[in-house]
Design a protein around this ligand. Sequence first.
Ligand code: SF4
Length: 456
Amino acid sequence: MRHNMDTMSKEHDRKLHIRTWGCQMNVYDSARMADVLCRHGYSLTDNPAEADLVILNTCNIREKASEKVFSELGRLRRHKIERTKAGLKQIIAVAGCVAQAEGGELLRRMPFVDLVLGTQTYHRLPEMIAEVEAHARPVVSTDFPVEDKFDALPEENRAAGPSAFLAIQEGCNNFCTYCVVPYTRGAEYARPALQVLKEAKRLVASGTRELTLLGQNVNAWRAEGTDGAEWPFSRLLSALAEIPELERIRYMTSHPTSLTDDLIEIHAHEPKLMPFLHLPAQSGSDTILAAMNRGYARTQYMEAILRLREKNPDMALSSDFIVGFPGETDADFEQTMALVRDIGYAQAYSFKFSPRPGTPAALMEGQLPENIKDERLQALQELITSHQAAFNAPFAGRIIPVLLDGHGNQPGQLHGRSPWMQAVHVEAPDSLFGNIVNVLVARAGRNSLTGTFVKG
Ligand code: SF4
C-alpha cells in the first residue's frame, strides 16, 4: 500500500500499523482504512511497537483465525505497556469480523483495547479516534449504519500496483448454515456501476493492469448502471472491459446459483476476462449441501460447470470445500471426493468444519470428532494436490502471458500470475515489473511454474 501524502492534509505525523487476517475483502478494507487515516496525518509502519495507532483487521470464519487475533492482542498489550512507561500513547483498534461478532464482549476480555469497529463503520475511524482521545474511554461501533460506507469513503490516492482489488459488493443474503458473513457483513449491497467504473479508472490511471472485483457474493452483483437501468453483473464486466489500459479482469467469490447464462456467455467472448473461476462447491453430497443451505444440488453445480466449459473449454476452476460438516458420513465424504475427480480443479482450498458461535451449524447434531475430520481433510488435500499437479504439468515448454506484479529475492527475478491464476517465477529484468510479458515455462511444479521472459 502506498499513499500519496502530498495530496493529504497532515494534521500530525502519526504512525499507523495495520495487521490483516482473512479474505481479500479484508485486505481491501485495510487499504481503505489506511486511505482514510493517511488523510488525517498517519503514515504506515510495519513495526507495531512504534505505532500510535494499531488496527487488527480480523476474520472469524475459522476458529484458528480468531484465536490468532487474541494472541496478537496479548503481544500488543506488552507494547502498549512499554509505550505508556515511556510517556507515549497507543490506541489499539480491533476491526473486521471478530469485532463485529464480539462487540463490547471483546472489551471485557481485552480491556486495553480502545476501539472496536465493525465491518461497515471504518469510514468513521477519524471521529471514533477523536472520541477515544477526548474522553479516554473505549468506543464500540458495530452497528450497521444507514449511510453507505462506500459513499462516505474518500477517493483513493493509492497506487495499488499492477494487480489491484476493487470491492463491488458486500454482504450476503444466503445464510449458509456454517457462515458468519451474513451476520458480520450484513445484507447484500452492490455498489452502483458509476462508482465502480470511477474507482477502476482511477486505479488503471495509477498503473493497475489487472482488477479483481471483490464481493462475498460477487456474481450476485446487480445495481444501477450508468444509463440508469438495472445492470446484471455481466454488463458491469463488459463496461469495465471497455477501459483501454485495463488488460485483465477477475472476480471472486462467486456463488454457484448466480452463475447465470449471460455470465457464462461473457466468459466465451471477452478476452480481458481471465479464464479462471473460483466457484466454491463446499461439498459433493446433496444431503450435506442441503444441511449447509447452499441452495443447489450436486447436479446443478456440475451442469453449470459443463455449460461454462462448453462455452470456454480453456476455463480453469477452483473451489472451497468443508470436510467434517455435522452429520457427514463416509458416503457423503466420498461424494465430495468424486466431485473433485469429476471436475478436475486447477486448485482448491479445503478446511475442516469449525463451528462458529451464532451459526445454526454450530448447534447441529452429529458433530464429528477431530480425528475423522483430520483423516478426511488429508485425503481430500492429497487428491486436490494431485489434480493441481496434473493441471500444471502440461504447461512445461509452453509460452504463456504473465503479469509481473511481484519482486523475487534476487535482482532479475520477478513473480507474476498466468491467466489461469498459477503463480509464476520469472527470470526477467526488473524494468519489466508491471507488464504482461511472454514467459517460456521451464518447470511446472505442483504449486507454481518457473520460466524465462521471452521477447515477442
Ligand atoms: S454464500 Fe454462504 S458461505 Fe458465502 S458469504 Fe454467503 S453465507 Fe457465507
